[in-house]
Design a protein around this ligand. Structure first.
Ligand SMILES: *Cc1c(COP(=O)(O)O)cnc(C)c1O
Length: 420
């Protein structure tokens, strides 16, 4: 029989205090975990210096940005809106780097403010050249391989649109010459991986690219460090994957005399396991012999979409006032009228149901969904079924909760509608 999973950092009395003060569903972040993750990222092995960025799209609340900024992390932004959001949170423009699929309309203003920019397509490079002739620019390359877990998380290789395809280097050089630009940074973010051999392979491919751009002083290897959310899943050991990468930087220096600075920009690694989504059991139903027992929560795809779209696995546990030994196998579902609102899909297959062994559930029990820090609050089908945005709370080292985002007022959902 599958063993019962315990919450990572949430206990009954903290859950109870947060629910009393702020209601449910609520995202509960753990400051200690955020700080420990930042320290691990800043200790990434490097030969000639490191700039570590937080890929803020993973979870962009200002409180999180500021905890990371205080720890020494810079910011990777994926849109002009994220750049504005980071600056509004108090992050200096010089510490923000933009790698976007869509260029902001006000790119010129953002560049004037001092952000760094990685051109992610030939058209973006040309636009930069028109705005800042003679300027320094980063180039995001798709080196032709990725290591993502599935097509929808793969961000390298021929089926990915991110970055400039590695065969178009002549066209890059032509644009650099045309606008008198200097390529000072090569950027490749190729997807989730924890295998040191893959990291080494990627570093090698990247140095083949760096070799072709004599003015490049920084190589950004992106993010995508795999994090195990479930107990049986492996997390990336940054010391292990980083060591051969560091040696590659040293080899390149010995060969060319060029000492290249390393940049990394994880999102998931920094926040995934630093947040628990706290909800309540709304109902327990059964579909009879040969059917399933279902737990219905007062949360679901409105707060955590990953299970519905990727078949992502999150640890689920119940916190009960009176603990008990009896267990049951349940399918756990969300509160939306949508058959895809499932929190226990089969691993990697959102089309199939799976069950979890949990204590026998009662209406009103707390349910904790761990691993809800990355692409959870940040990535929701907002307002489906007109559920307001959930509150967000930060637990300090003494487990005292501090509100970092209010629960949305119901009427704010339709505030932008224009009455006829
Ligand atoms: C999303 C993204 C990241 C972070 O990816 P994770 O898998 O969350 O670590 C880093 N760099 C860029 C350019 C990204 O788009």
């Amino acid at each position: 029989m599958a063993s019962i999973i315990q919450p990572r950092f949430l206990d009954f009395s903290t859950a109870h205090a947060v629910a009393e003060a702020f209601g449910t569903p609520v995202y509960i972040y753990d400051e200690k975990t955020l700080e420990a993750n930042a320290a691990a990222v800043l200790a990434f092995p490097n030969a000639f210096g490191l700039t570590a960025r937080y890929a803020m799209k993973a979870s962009p609340n200002a409180a999180i940005l500021n905890i990371f900024a205080k720890a020494g992390l810079h910011i990777d932004a994926s849109s002009g809106h994220e750049v504005h959001r980071a600056m509004a949170a108090g992050i200096a423009a010089e510490k923000i780097s933009l790698s976007a699929q869509e260029l902001p309309c006000d790119l010129g203003d953002l560049l004037d403010a001092g952000i760094q920019f990685n051109a992610c397509s030939l058209a973006q490079l040309e636009r930069f050249g028109q705005l800042k002739p003679g300027g320094d620019v980063g180039i995001r390359i798709n080196p032709g391989a990725g290591s993502g877990g599935n097509n929808r998380t793969n961000v390298g290789g021929p089926s990915s649109s991110f970055g400039i395809w590695h065969e178009w280097i002549p066209q890059i050089k032509q644009l650099l010459a045309q606008y008198a630009l200097t390529a000072i940074r090569i950027h490749t973010h190729i997807g989730s991986g924890s295998d040191p051999d893959v990291w080494l392979k990627v570093a090698k491919m990247n140095f083949d690219i760096v070799r072709q751009f004599p003015d490049v002083v920084t190589l950004n290897l992106g993010g995508g460090f795999k994090v195990g959310r479930m107990p049986e899943e492996q997390s990336t050991d940054l010391q292990v994957v980083g060591q051969p990468v560091k040696e590659k930087f040293e080899e390149f220096a010995a060969e060319t005399g060029r000492t290249i600075r390393l940049e990394i920009e994880p999102g998931t690694f920094l926040v995934a396991n630093a947040c628990a989504l706290l909800s309540k059991v709304q109902d327990v139903v059964s579909t009879g012999e040969g059917g399933y027992n279902f737990i219905k929560l007062n949360t679901g795809m409105t707060e955590l979409l990953r299970p519905s779209i990727y078949g992502a696995q999150h640890p689920i546990s119940l916190l009960q006032g009176l603990e008990q030994d009896a267990t049951e196998d349940y399918v756990v579902v969300g509160h939306c009228c949508e058959s895809g609102d499932i929190l226990t899909p089969a691993p990697g297959d959102p089309e199939l149901l799976a069950t979890r062994t949990l204590p026998v559930a009662e209406i009103g029990d707390f349910c904790v969904i761990d691993g809800s820090g990355a692409y959870a609050s940040a990535m929701t089908p907002k307002h489906y079924n007109s559920y307001p945005e959930a509150a967000e709370v930060m637990l300090d080292a003494g487990k005292t909760p501090r509100l970092i985002r209010r629960r949305q007022k119901l009427e704010d959902i339709w505030a932008n509608e224009v009455p006829v």
